[in-house]
Design a protein around this ligand. Sequence first.
Ligand code: ATP
Length: 263
Amino acid sequence: MTDTPVLAVDGLRVTFPIKGSLRRARFSAVENAGLTVGENEIVAVVGESGSGKTTLARCVVGLQRPDAGVLTFDGSPMPARRPAELKRAIQMVFQDPRSSLNPRMRAGAIIDEVWLTHPSTAPAGPRRTAIAALLADVGLAAEVADQYPAQLSGGQCQRVSLARALALSPRLLVCDEAVSALDVSVQAQVLRLLVELRATRRLSMLFISHDLGVVHQIADRVVVMRAGQIVEQGPADTVFSNPRHEYTQALLDAALELNDLST
Ligand SMILES: Nc1ncnc2c1ncn2[C@@H]1O[C@H](COP(=O)(O)OP(=O)(O)OP(=O)(O)O)[C@@H](O)[C@H]1O
């Protein structure tokens, strides 16, 4: 691992208008947030609904412009208008695997399409062979290339989304609740796949989740957000075994309670 993090976020602030406010007041969805993701590292951002996780993730992939703060990638500040190379290097996988895939396109065409936008990563040889290899990387058979999203399970759709992201050889994968819509057993399979891909592709990941059980299975480090602010961050084992902030403790207690109910 090199010293320069793949991603560094410093002093990030995002505000949105308060609906119905006559004085055009705004509230902070993210306030002074700072974190890093090292090479080959999986950093999870946890917190309850509305804590600002998705807003932070959207800033990282360039879908949301921050009010303040600096985002650096490989040590260089990311410009507001991102060049194609930077867009390629940071890929996002969304929560709902089905709605993130075009229902009118077969899985193979969905993957193929990304090479139109980013021809630098297009395979030199036959596309079909490259697509089959990507599908194999995410544990899918080559025949899946001919199927439409509606013919695939939720877990298979999420694997296709992952294959589409991998087709661009990203350095950083931002997973926003990427396994939340999946059954628990399928969740575990996709999490194992992500860990494998981290090793085989030397990926770094920013993993957004409200589910501490899921985060425990995958994260090297954990960042805890509450009401737009980062209240605690550290190595996953430390945060889980010895939380310093009472909010982290409350999240852990709630997760344990849920676990008790489901067993
Ligand atoms: N485009 C927007 N316009 C106005 N408010 C927004 C917008 N996007 C997010 N918010 C608000 O910002 C706050 C943080 O939302 P965000 O989606 O980042 O939280 P989250 O932790 O990801 O929650 P969830 O897990 O429910 O998605 C919330 O109060 C949300 O309603």
